[in-house]
Design a protein around this ligand. Sequence first.
Ligand code: HEM
Length: 162
Amino acid sequence: MDATLHLCWVFKHIPFLRTLVDTCPPSIAMALMPKTKGYFDQAAQLGGQIDEILDNPMVMQAAEYDTMYHFFITKQGDSKEGLPKISEDKAKVKKWLLHEGLNLRFAGSETVGNACTIAAFFVLRDPMVKYKLEKELKDAWPDVDEPLGYEALERLPYLVSS
Ligand code: HEM
């Protein structure tokens, strides 16, 4: 994804390349522009998720949180939102969801990664902040081999406020 991100600027200023990458088979696009691999990997993973949901929307009920799929699928056919109906044009819905998903993934990964890197730098520079954060995390998460869900992390006041 890192290698692919800067292509956003290439696509913005040479839109023809964006259309080319979107329309030609991934193997050809990757041969012409190897840095598009991150884009195609993400698209394939998201595409599989979308296929699963469009084939059986009931799988969304197992999600811990509402996701973009819940929003778009419950509002399908809503003319105010401009959303197509799955029953009328499944391929269009899939493309729509794929583009929304890719947009969120790319917008939400580099930004968050940078913010976390900078936050970690400042936490490590301040012994008091480091101590408080470390203590809160160790109390809440004594065994790091056992996963701790996002919901539990979100309830840690010092972590969330810092
Ligand atoms: C620390 C984390 C983040 C920072 C610093 C950040 C920063 C920004 C900035 C500055 C813009 C405005 C860009 C512009 O108009 O030129 C923006 C827009 C946007 N961000 Fe973030 N962002 C962060 C996290 C996220 C996350 C987690 C997501 C999605 C999961 C996200 C999705 C978006 C989207 C979709 C837009 C475009 C909104 C629009 O114009 O309609 N961002 N972000």
